[in-house]
Design a protein around this ligand. Structure first.
Ligand code: SF4
Ligand code: SF4
Length: 70
């Protein structure tokens, strides 16, 4: 069972794409706002996700807890 990103809660910070140890989280889109803030649209590739649980652990957790088990 793969993990999923709740797009309503996602802050688009992009951290998950660099923190996933399996590189299962891809950046689909990258938008730079007028104030220079870059917002990332990320997606978990179910084929690569090993259910390691790192993205929902205390070791490293999505800052807005937007990732959950699918
Ligand atoms: S770490 Fe969480 S809030 Fe940030 S882009 Fe990933 S899912 Fe969204
Ligand atoms: S459960 Fe592990 S492999 Fe799957 S997206 Fe989260 S950190 Fe990556």
């Amino acid at each position: 069972m793969a993990y999923k990103i709740n797009t309503k809660k996602c802050l688009k910070c992009g951290l998950c794409a660099t923190e996933c140890p399996e590189k299962a989280i891809a950046v689909d889109d990258r938008v730079t706002e007028k104030d220079g803030l870059v917002r990332y649209t990320t997606r978990i590739d179910a084929k690569k996700c090993t259910d390691c649980g790192t993205c929902v652990s205390f070791e490293w957790w999505c800052p807005n807890k937007a990732i959950m088990k699918g």
